[in-house]
Design a protein around this ligand. Structure first.
Ligand code: MLC
Ligand code: AMP
Length: 507
């Protein structure tokens, strides 16, 4: 038995229908894709990988990148996808912490990442787009028929790192059963069939673009228009030939900013899905007015896959994420007393179901804190249920910024800024951003004698952190505002920044 491979890859062995429509106008059938999965699986075996070994990958979006995911499933190895924007410093932590046996990167980065792989004793191989790289080359001479590793439903299929409030990233361990159960639930809930054509413009190193988009497509045998990245011109040009779009809210605000979005261009579409960050009710309403489509908003996270969704039939309510998905329980808890709150009251959202991960890699204490013995996981999000059972997310208890659908933990940036000898302390906050929803701003308290140069601090961030984490502003401040408990009042800093911006615009 091998739940992920048996369910999503093996059945397509003789399936001659199209799996991927590619940017160069070519297409890949399911059968061709499954053969490629087999060739890459044989390559992993030839390289000495065993079930349970971690395969860390930082690669661009390509058919072979997807086939590598399938090959990890088939060989029982653990797929560890990493954001293509991460710097060598960031990657070093993931390779070390996971104990990855194999690290696959883009050929263009191989030289720079060789020291990282050597330091942590990982074998470094490459995979580029268009068949470049040592993995693709090695796979070309392998048989498409590979042995399928015997794994159980509770064995690990993937390790996805999510940053933590302490600044240290945590590896969320996702099992075969987690991934299979959630994709099957979603495919049915959103009525996916083999007639569907999904517009795939998301990155494939996160839950949204990988497990939601790819697994749901594989589960239903649908096709995908597989775009290298979000590109508004390509998206609008392809829309008449597609039926579903999955996107973060920035996709929808950018579409609305484009006059070419109208009822005609979206006439063949049956479903627009949004998630990963809050979709403003005004975006939902404007989209409906322009296209006649009601965006279906859902709620999920790395540790749990998808938890709640607006209905396919029935009322899709703007500003809510719908009801718990079938088989998934969601409760609203009082954070002080750990008791469940009645409908209508705001509290911490906790989730239980076959979708919920089995813990953080090598972090038993952290796992025990957030994953209770009764199976409920503390999401760190705050919400309330309305009288019809629709969940509304009203805020976050965790200190987190979401920019264009990417999560940024302020603590990670604060720790970096605090390393500068001329910085006493710092506070990083999320401020409204018209395109990305939120942007990063850092406040820094300088030492009395020699204040740091904000330009040098920016340079430090550029060197150490992925682009999407860079502060748009770094500002000096004499003291951080604190409440009576001594906790930094980030809301005060946020308001101060917004107010200063407004004043400068008015002036
Ligand atoms: C790009 N930039 C960003 C950014 N994306 N900065 C902050 N936040 C982001 N998300 C930077 C670029 O490097 C560039 O810098 C500048 O901003 C302008 O870039 P752009 O060309 O306009 O951006 P683009 O490449 O079009 O990307 C925007 C985007 C992309 C929204 C399409 O970020 C994206 O695909 N986001 C999806 C994230 C996602 O998949 N999240 C799912 C997580 S899973 P410069 O220096 O070049 O000007 C999860 C669970 C769940 O959350 O529920 O789904
Ligand atoms: P990640 O850790 O990248 O998986 O991000 C998960 C977080 O994204 C959740 O805990 C929420 O805070 C946020 N999120 C996901 N979907 C939504 C949504 N529809 N509305 C608001 N926040 C969301």
């Amino acid at each position: 038995m091998n739940p992920l491979y048996d369910r999503f890859f093996a059945p397509h062995r003789d399936n001659k229908s199209v799996f991927l429509k590619l940017a160069d106008g070519t297409a890949l059938t399911y059968a061709e894709f499954r053969d490629r999965v087999g060739q890459i699986a044989n390559t992993l075996l030839a390289w000495g990988l065993h079930p349970g070994d971690r395969v860390a990958v930082q690669i661009e979006k390509s058919p072979d990148a997807l086939a590598l995911y399938g090959a990890c499933a088939q060989t029982g190895t653990v797929f560890l996808p990493l954001n293509t924007g991460y710097t060598a410093d960031e990657l070093s932590y993931f390779v070390k912490d996971s104990g990855a046996k194999l690290f696959i990167c883009d050929p263009a980065n191989a030289e720079a990442l060789d020291p990282v792989a050597r330091r942590h004793r990982a074998k470094l191989e490459t995979l580029g787009v268009d068949g470049a790289g040592s993995l693709s080359r090695a796979a070309n001479s392998q048989s498409p028929i590979a042995p399928t590793a015997e794994v159980q439903g509770n064995d690990l299929a993937a390790l996805l790192y999510t940053s933590g409030t302490t600044g240290r990233s945590k590896g969320a361990m996702l099992t075969h059963d987690n991934l299979v159960s959630n994709a099957e639930t979603l495919a049915e809930y959103w009525r996916f069939t083999s007639d569907d054509v999904l517009l795939h413009a998301l990155p494939i190193f996160h839950t949204h673009g990988l497990f939601v988009a790819i697994n749901v497509t594989l589960a239903a045998g649908s096709s995908m228009i597989f775009m290298p990245k979000f590109d508004i011109d390509v998206l609008l040009a392809e829309m008449p030939g597609a039926s579903v779009l999955m996107g973060v809210p920035t996709f929808y605000t950018r579409l609305l900013d484009d006059v070419r979005l109208n009822k005609d261009v979206s006439a063949e579409m049956r479903l627009f899905i949004s998630g990963s960050a809050p979709l403003l009710a005004e975006t939902h309403i404007a989209f409906q007015q322009r296209t006649g489509h009601r965006i279906l908003e859902r709620y999920g996270m790395t540790e749990t896959n998808m938890n709640a969704s607006n209905p396919y039939d029935g009322d899709r309510r703007a500003g809510t994420v719908g009801r718990p998905l079938p088989g998934i329980a969601i409760k609203i808890m009082d954070t002080d007393t750990d008791t469940e709150l009645p409908q209508g009251e705001i509290g911490q959202i906790v989730v239980r179901g076959p979708n919920v991960f089995c813990g953080y890699w090598n972090m038993p204490e952290k796992t025990a804190e957030e994953l209770w013995p009764d199976g409920f996981f503390i999401t760190g999000d705050l919400g309330q249920f309305d009288e019809d059972g629709y969940l509304q997310i009203v805020g976050r208890q965790k200190d987190l910024i979401i920019s264009g659908g990417y999560n940024i933990y302020p603590k990670e940036i604060e720790l970096l800024l605090d390393e500068n000898p001329n910085v006493v302390e710092s506070a990083v906050v999320g401020v409204p951003h018209a395109d990305f929803g939120e942007a990063v701003v850092a406040y820094v308290v300088p030492t009395a004698d020699s204040p740091p140069d904000p330009a040098l601090l920016q340079e430090l961030c550029r060197r150490k952190l992925a682009r999407f984490k860079h502060p748009q502003d770094i500002l000096l401040i004499t003291d951080l505002p604190r409440n009576t408990m001594g906790k930094v009042q980030k809301n005060v800093l946020r308001d101060r920044y917004i107010h200063a911006k407004q004043s400068s615009v008015e002036a």
